[in-house]
Ligand binder design. Structure first.
Ligand SMILES: *Cc1c(COP(=O)(O)O)cnc(C)c1O
Length: 404
């Protein structure tokens, strides 16, 4: 009989031998989850405060998601977009009602949703007789995905190194409306912005910034594209992150939390640009298939039925307050606490080894991620309990006591 620990060690060894080595997984294998708790193959328990990078909005094993996916997998999984399927049509309608958009194109991931946004912007102006409008303005420190188009828009050199020439995107400092205004010209098709820079270190847009971008787009006839892949579907306490600023974009990208872990992304847009991508010009084999759509429907319906937007606001405040009190105890280790809703960060000071802290938190049974260089990002499932929030922050305090 092999022990659970031996079984886990053997899996880690095979993973390190056979998987493409583009990630740096620690020596454990997660086997199952329940709510905001995960267990590895060796039986160790972890608090899940990363939710698969802000994806598992309903946590693990939520009955509504389990039921929706189980029923749909038995009825119909996939068709392609050669035909309508019912969950997909219902999801499109629900998303339009939730966001004020008019049309939805479905993809399988965030980067594909961004790719669709960028192609839509280019082809919209091409079809309107302005083929010179190709340029996109995006922001330093942004993250938009890994396909060549989304990578071009990403404002962090570490993701782009070695991939050669990319489409022309102008990057300006996040929050600097003046710099955007200075770069607006007749060749700008779109401004692409995250309401909170997630991967960049959990940086909320400064007050008034998104409104100013809206104004500049209107003034110059460019499209405002909101990358809501991390902030959307309730993560910040409103359905969309831009609602905090009262701004309506022309185009929105969703993914991450949308399917609660089943891969699905979406590009939503206003009617004005609905002719930009006619049949044949863009598409996806899997995008919006019946299974993924049923999952997303269950997520959105549960966000409503369990009042998760209000919950996310109060739980987010509880988490932020608790993190701030840890900062008060260890002001030399934590320099800032920032975020919105259940997307929060405790920023470690520059001389703290963030990866080492991450490893110690994991040993102590708390899973979080690093965003930017030094931010410990807390993005638990939206269904996380107060008790788990308190427990997670106690683990952080204990680990920092050992570092101090
Ligand atoms: C994760 C993320 C993406 C990329 O999504 P993938 O599903 O990993 O392709 C794009 N933009 C933002 C803001 C993200 O957080």
């Amino acid at each position: 009989m092999t022990s659970p620990a031996d079984k886990q060690a053997a899996l880690v060894e095979s993973g390190r031998r056979y998987l493409y080595p583009n990630y740096r997984q620690p020596a454990l294998v997660i086997e199952r989850g329940e709510g905001a708790v995960l267990w590895d193959v060796a039986g160790k328990r972890y608090l899940d405060f990363f939710a698969g990078i802000a994806v598992s909005a309903l946590g693990h094993g939520h009955p509504a998601l389990v039921r929706a996916v189980s029923e749909q997998v038995a009825r119909l999984v996939h068709l392609s977009n050669y035909f309508f399927n019912a969950p997909n049509v219902r999801l499109a309608e629900l998303l339009c009602k939730k966001t004020g958009m008019d049309r939805v194109f479905f993809s399988n991931s965030g980067t594909e949703a961004i790719e669709a946004c960028l192609k839509l912007a280019r082809r919209h102006f091409w079809a309107a007789g302005q083929p010179e409008r190709l340029r996109v303005i995006a922001f330093d420190n942004s993250f938009h995905g890994r396909t060549l188009g989304a990578l071009a828009a990403t404002g962090q050199g570490k993701y782009k190194e070695g991939f050669g020439p990319l489409p022309n995107v102008t990057h300006v400092p996040y929050g600097d409306a003046r710099a955007v205004a200075d770069n607006m010209a007749a060749d700008v098709a779109a401004i692409l912005v995250e309401p909170v820079q997630g991967e960049g270190g959990v940086l909320p847009a400064p007050p008034g910034f998104l409104q100013e971008l809206r104004r500049l787009c209107d003034q110059h006839g460019a499209l405002l594209i909101a990358d809501e892949i991390q902030t959307g579907v309730g993560r910040t306490g409103t359905f969309l992150g831009v609602e905090h600023d009262g701004v309506k974009p022309d185009v929105i990208a969703l993914a991450k939390g949308l399917g609660g872990g089943i891969p699905i992304g979406a590009m939503l847009c206003i009617e004005k640009v609905s002719g930009a991508l006619p049949p044949g010009s863009h598409g996806s084999t899997f995008g919006g298939n019946a299974l993924a759509s049923a999952a997303a429907l269950a997520v959105i319906e549960t966000v409503d039925s369990e009042n998760l937007l209000a919950q996310t606001q109060t739980k987010g405040e509880r988490l932020a307050r608790a993190l701030a009190s840890v900062q008060e105890r260890y002001p030399k280790l934590i320099t800032a606490v920032r975020g919105r809703g259940l997307l929060q960060a405790a920023v470690l000071s520059a001389d703290v080894d963030a990866r080492a802290v991450l490893g110690k938190l994991q040993d102590a049974g708390l899973l979080v991620t690093i965003a930017g260089a030094q931010a410990l990002r807390f993005s638990p499932p939206l269904v996380v309990s107060d008790a788990h929030i308190d427990e997670a922050v106690e683990v952080l305090a204990r680990v920092l006591a050992g570092v101090a």
